[in-house]
Design a protein around this ligand. Structure first.
Ligand code: OAD
Length: 245
């Protein structure tokens, strides 16, 4: 496949690589993407249960949604795409995974440097005292959970629509993207900002962009190479050929 060879050729010349991922990278682990079929939950658009307003109105409903996502993510396993990305750690001087996903599957696959732009299902934050804690209990004992320190209402430490991205994570991501030789954009529709802006930043500062997606995304015009394939097929093939290159 011509595009695959071109992607391997560019990767073989790169030292600083950013892998930018979205829900599509976890699709083959059985986790639904946002905008595809299955993007509805209990009759709500997924985005409608991921807002501060929704949480203020009905914290229990929002928590049920996140409890379900924790349960599904907990049952899911990293797929060959996550594993290939983890293997890339060994192939480049610097490899940073910048993910919009909250499922933790990159870390479970073994990736060491993961920046979670939209937070994590596995962290919980108190809305009163802001204490944040790691929590992998599935299912949670009670919904909505309460803070052990101040009894305040806790929320998932994820970024909702209308909220800012965590500053430190964002700055680190910007740094990695503006220094990258190549950015691999995997399984994202590229329509959610500011995350999608990182691909523009990388391209504008000289990185080659390689997209892996069965459908061209909103960022496809920035891509030097497009691999129109599932991540679980394309990424292991890339890694295999890179090892042989
Ligand atoms: P989307 O659901 O918008 O897009 C998923 C993308 O994955 C689509 O472009 C699909 O074509 C592609 N895809 C599907 N199966 C794939 C596969 N096997 N291999 C590779 N690609 C595949 O998900 P995101 O772009 O991640 O934000 O959405 C971005 C943000 O919108 C999410 O982080 C979330 C959501 O609302 C927040 O919660 C803040």
């Amino acid at each position: 496949m011509e595009a695959l060879h071109e992607a391997v050729r560019l990767l073989a010349q790169s030292q600083r690589v950013v892998v930018f991922t979205g829900a599509g990278v976890s699709a083959e682990s059985g986790l639904a993407t946002f905008r595809g079929a299955g993007g509805l939950w209990e009759g709500h658009r997924v985005e409608d249960v991921a807002t501060p307003e929704a949480f203020a109105r009905d914290p229990e409903l929002v928590w049920r949604f996140y409890a379900m996502r924790r349960e599904r993510a907990w049952q899911a396993q990293p797929n060959p795409a996550h594993l290939a990305i983890a293997e890339m750690d060994r192939l480049f001087a610097q490899l940073v995974v910048v993910t919009q996903n909250v499922d933790g599957l990159h870390q479970r696959a073994g990736s060491r440097h993961v920046l979670e732009l939209h937070g994590s299902l596995w962290r919980i934050r108190c809305t009163r005292c802001q204490r944040e804690r790691h929590d992998e209990q599935v299912p949670l004992a009670s919904l909505p959970p309460r803070c052990g320190a101040c009894s305040g209402l806790e929320r998932p430490a994820v970024v909702w629509f209308g909220e800012s991205l965590p500053t430190k994570v964002w700055e680190e991501a910007e740094r990695a993207c503006s220094n990258a030789d190549l950015m691999l954009v995997v399984g994202t529709s590229g329509v959610v900002w500011p995350a999608a802006g990182l691909v523009e930043l990388a391209a504008a500062t000289g990185a080659w962009v390689v997209e892996v997606n069965p459908e061209p995304s909103a960022l496809a015009h920035l891509a030097r190479v497009q691999l129109q394939a599932k991540a679980g097929q394309a990424l292991p093939a890339l890694v295999r050929q890179l090892r042989e290159a």
